[in-house]
Write a protein that binds this ligand. Sequence first.
Ligand SMILES: Cc1cc2nc3c(=O)[nH]c(=O)nc-3n(C[C@H](O)[C@H](O)[C@H](O)COP(=O)(O)OP(=O)(O)OC[C@H]3O[C@@H](n4cnc5c(N)ncnc54)[C@H](O)[C@@H]3O)c2cc1C
Length: 294
Amino acid sequence: MRDPFRMITGITILKNESLSRHTSFHIGGDTDYFIRVYSKKALMKVLEVIKRRRFKYFIIGTGTNLLVSDRGFHGVVIRLDGIFKKIRRNDQCFLCGAGVLVDCLLKYAMELGYGGAEFLAGIPGTVGGAIRGNAGAFGHSIADITESIRIITERGIEKNMVKEEIGFTYRTSRIQNNAIIVSVLLRLRKKKRREIMKTINKNLLYRRQRHPSGYSAGSFFKNPPGCSAGKLIEECGLKGLRVGNAEVSRRHANYIINCGQARASDVMKLAAKVKKIIREKKGIVLKEEVKILN
Ligand SMILES: Cc1cc2nc3c(=O)[nH]c(=O)nc-3n(C[C@H](O)[C@H](O)[C@H](O)COP(=O)(O)OP(=O)(O)OC[C@H]3O[C@@H](n4cnc5c(N)ncnc54)[C@H](O)[C@@H]3O)c2cc1C
């Protein structure tokens, strides 16, 4: 088949690209097209082709909250680049492209003497991904500093959503599955650079001391109301439980680690085992925090 995107400028295309190269789990089969999009015009054109050809599509950030199936994704995976990696400041408000890395945002804001987002330090990924899953830590989440977002709907309509419409709750939002977040307006506050840096370093140290360093997607399960998923898993003696090359981390029980050549099916079987044991021993049903793409 001839490449249906060949006439579009402002994109780069990888065909039959392994998604294991684009996820922190380092797991996943191929996608037909992996497209980096550098401008909004190019994004609209890509969406037009997708619609015309009735392709399935998926928007990826840096793949740090994703488990892609071993069969991969039959369709188009879109990654925002170029213009979507820019940040503009207007007083206390930071307009970030959805492809901006959280880490870059923190550094940029700190250099200008703006804080309030330090709780995000050490959370890998893009601002778009953080909004989609309402990323957070230390009792805060990105919802706390979000004013509004701009999205492109599945039908190609561009619109603003204010915080109340986004419907943030614990590690999720009401943003529809195929809507693409293109930019995010965050409100930070003036703060001493020294203070910001101190908090960031403290948070990074906390993570380094407690979190495992292998290939993972961070916490695999959401915390059930009023308790910690990691604690429940640890209490049931499941640290080190293994299926193939997937292992419940010995350091942090809510992390599943790809110890080498783990397959998505190993991770899914291991997660199912953990869920079954927690249900039987604790009467609690764990829910995945990690998004499954198949
Ligand atoms: C070591 C480690 C530690 C972590 N610690 C934390 C933590 O403390 N707290 C926490 O909340 N998370 C944590 N995570 C999970 C992950 O980093 C966050 O969920 C992050 O916000 C995901 O961003 P991403 O760009 O990688 O998104 P991806 O994983 O690429 O995508 C996640 C979801 O967001 C959607 N998405 C991404 N970009 C867009 C967009 N522009 N428009 C619409 N939808 C989009 C995707 O379609 C997908 O459904 C951790 C992960 C790792 C590997």
